[in-house]
Design a protein around this ligand. Sequence first.
Ligand SMILES: [Zn+2]
Length: 214
Amino acid sequence: MPLADERHEVIRMSRRMVADGLVVGTAGNVSLRRGGLVAVTPSGVEYDRLTFADVPIVDLDGNPVHGSLKPTSELPMHLAAYNRHETGAVVHTHSLYATALSLVRDEVPAVHYQLAEFGGGVRVAEYATFGTARLAENMSAALTGRGACILRNHGTVAVADTLVHAYNRVRQLEWLCQLWLTARQAGEPVLLDEAELARSAEQYATYGQTGTEH
Ligand SMILES: [Zn+2]
């Protein structure tokens, strides 16, 4: 069976997304690449019922290679991330605070130095209908040079070399958005400036592994 480890990892992370409250039901999806093949969550199967053989394998053009089920309808977004951003893993959630922020902002405000771990300000991609090539285009534009972006009125996308790192990024992004939205209820948040974010990025480059230990 091809990509055994990757398929297990896709199931594990899909279930974790639900357990951590980043999606509800079968919303959201994850994928993991090895070479020219991608293991990706299937369309419309509850993640706790997902078995090893259910996880579809596709090539980088989206052609089915293995597995009985159809890949997620957001496959064009995953393929755009691999083909244009040379990443190893993709996580897509519908998490509440990040999606809420996308309704009122074009970028995640610089509320915390952890934003530097994303390679700069996290952008909000222009809205497009789910599952379309247009959404993949908009996501790709917003993702340029960054580890994540938010899809307006939809959810989040994070990329990284491993699925664990991409997953940590969507969780961290959700926390940053919750921080800003919480502070906004009390007053006008004070933000970090570009120079401080650049210094933080240097610190990450020097000392950080995935940013989770800071
Ligand atoms: Zn979605």
